[in-house]
Every structure is written in structure tokens, then in C-alpha cells.
Design a protein. Structure first.
Length: 194
């Protein structure tokens, strides 16, 4: 059971989910021609995933962190700070290039939610996995509508995988899921005006 939970946890890694979510949003966008879609995806992939992935792997290589999963709460502070900076720069760049509102809005959500998670993580290990699946599902709901409703079941699935793999406890996964859902919904509502 633990092996299955670990596989689910690995598949739904927050940085992988970010890159997949932006890919779906970019490809589904009707405002952009193919060249702008490529540019938008390169920017969102770089700033939502690759920079943070690269930094975490670099820390692992240096021996600063024991695992790329950042199991210890204290190990998460610097990578989350780098993620916050990366998402913020991504948002600024998308805004300067006048990219579609949902792309800018989601990158803004990544920055804002990461700031909240960073503050919480100084005292408590909130689940990055459930935050990282819940927020993107909300954004995809804005793009694709009610077809996304069944995908909300991924939030408890990912949460249970974290509990079964003994990476987190129930309050941590529930708090992460609620943070991702509520904060992303509020921010996108404000950002998109709907």
C-alpha cells in the first residue's frame, strides 16, 4: 500500500502538476497564435517548474537537503523562497507580455499561495501536494467548466497518498487542500472578475 501511495505522490508532484496545468491552459487558449502559445508555455514551464526543480536538485547535489521531496519542514524554507521569487518573476513577465488573464492569474496565485505556505511552514508542515493539486484544478475549472468536477476527487486521493506514505498527517493535507481551493478561487475571482 505504501508503494502505491508513493507512486501517486510522485505522479502528483506539485511542480509536475504546475507544468501540466499551464500546458493545458496554454493549448486551450484561443487568444494566442501558435508562436505565442510556445512562448507562453516556455515562460510558464520555466518559472512554475524548471527553476524550482533545478534548485532543489542542486541542493540535493550539495547535500543541503536529504531528499528532493523536502521531507523535513526546515528544508522547505529556502526552496519555497526561491519558488516565490520564480513565480513572482513569471507573473511580471507574463504581465509585461500581456499574456491571457488566466495564465497571469494562475501564476499570481502560485506566488501568493506560496507566500502563505512559506509563512505557515516556518511553524508547521502544511501539505504542498494537496495545495499543489487543489489550486490548479480550480484554475482548470475556470477554463474547462463543469467537466473538471470529477477531478476534484484527486485532492483526497493525493492527500491520502501523503498520509499512507507517512509523509504528512490528516490536518496537514486538509489544510493544504483548503488553502489551494479557497485562496485560488478567491484570487482568480478577483483577478478575472468572475
Amino acid at each position: 500500500m505504501q508503494k502505491i501511495a508513493q507512486v501517486i505522490s510522485d505522479i502528483f508532484n506539485p511542480l509536475v502538476i504546475a507544468s501540466m496545468t499551464f500546458f493545458l491552459l496554454v493549448t486551450a487558449n484561443s487568444e494566442l497564435n501558435w508562436l505565442l502559445k510556445i512562448l507562453a508555455y516556455v515562460i510558464t514551464l520555466l518559472f512554475s517548474s524548471l527553476i524550482v526543480f533545478g534548485y532543489v536538485f542542486y541542493l540535493k547535489y550539495l547535500g543541503v537537503v536529504k531528499s528532493t521531496e523536502l521531507v523535513q519542514r526546515e528544508e522547505r524554507i529556502i526552496p519555497l523562497t526561491v519558488a516565490l521569487l520564480s513565480y513572482s518573476l513569471g507573473y511580471v513577465l507574463l504581465t509585461m507580455l500581456k499574456m491571457p488573464a488566466l495564465l497571469r492569474g494562475l501564476m499570481f496565485c502560485y506566488a501568493a499561495n506560496t507566500l502563505i505556505v512559506l509563512v505557515i511552514t516556518r511553524r508547521w508542515k502544511i501539505s504542498l501536494h494537496t495545495t499543489g493539486i487543489a489550486g490548479p484544478i480550480v484554475a482548470l475549472t475556470y477554463q474547462f467548466g463543469l467537466v473538471m468536477v470529477p477531478f476534484y476527487s484527486l485532492i483526497p486521493l493525493v492527500g491520502m497518498s501523503r498520509i499512507v506514505s507517512q509523509r504528512q498527517q490528516m490536518p496537514q493535507v486538509v489544510a493544504g487542500g483548503l488553502l489551494g481551493l479557497v485562496m485560488t478561487a478567491l484570487q482568480l475571482h478577483f483577478f478575472l472578475g468572475r
